[in-house]
Design a protein around this ligand. Sequence first.
Ligand code: NAP
Length: 310
Amino acid sequence: MSVLYPKVVFIGLGLIASSMALAMRAANLCEVIVGHARSKETRDVALEIGLVDAVFADPIAAVQDADLVVLALPVGAMGEMAALIGPHLKAGATVTDVGSVKVAVILAVQPHLPVNVHFIPGHPIAGTEFSGPHSGFAQLFQGRWWLLTPHPEIDTQAFARLCELCRKMGAKVDQMDAAHHDLVLAVTSHTPHLIAYTMVGVADDLGRVTDSEVIQYSAAGFRDFTRIASSDPTMWRDVFLNNKEATLEILGRFTDELAQLQNAIRLGDGAHLHAYFTRTRAIRRNIIDAGQDTSAANFGRDAKETTTKS
Ligand code: NAP
């Protein structure tokens, strides 16, 4: 397979960067991979396990002669990083990011990049609750969507090359307006995370149910909440602070519908509850039909694990 970018530089060496580095190496999509992360520990690990050929404590040194720079750090840190590295980028280089929010990242990053650098914002819709350079795996992007939100006047060759890179890492690529991306993700990812964080917090606060009961008798739904709620706190703090409007809009709708369901329970309105749950069940079927999840019971976990399901 052909090399798409001779020198790739990752700024941030966590789950997404390490998965990209492994996927790029597996498909020979680059010749050299260089990295920068904040802590010496992360840089040392990335070098030791062969994610990168070289690491730099100084991001400016890292980006020298880069053909592709990937901003793979929390979205709140991207603007400051762009200001630092912007003046040191090679003419004709491409910069992309993998942040979960797009409008705020574009506003923070774009002004710091020279006009002869192609900035193509992106977001792989793939992840796990784990963080750090050890957590990556080359298959993370297989069959998942990679959303790109370029400026309408983006250089078409630079855009086509990044699309090819994403596809060769196993992803399906789609192009979207940045504000629309943020609304879609508020529905499909950001608000659900907030609900999971809240439910786990409520269980933790509830004096009448002991911590050991919560752990011992946790049903499948709650266990999924705890998995989601164990995601990186810095990443998710930054997501909510940078996708404020869309998240608040969806959260407003969520609380309205929750109040209606609450009312139906109070009034014993079984017809309302049944109709609502029938509609949501159909949405689950559509997700499976679109190949975005497994139809196996309890997400394909083994039978032993499902015994606590209530
Ligand atoms: P992660 O595993 O927590 O790694 C974050 C990396 O960024 C670490 O290497 C960290 O360095 C570095 N970092 C943090 N702040 C920094 C700063 N100020 N300067 C330099 N480096 C800094 O994160 P991730 O899950 O890969 O997420 C990276 C990005 O991808 C985020 O913007 C997130 O929104 C997006 N994303 C995540 C997922 C997901 O499921 N996790 C999915 C799609 C997109 P140290 O280790 O030295 O602290």
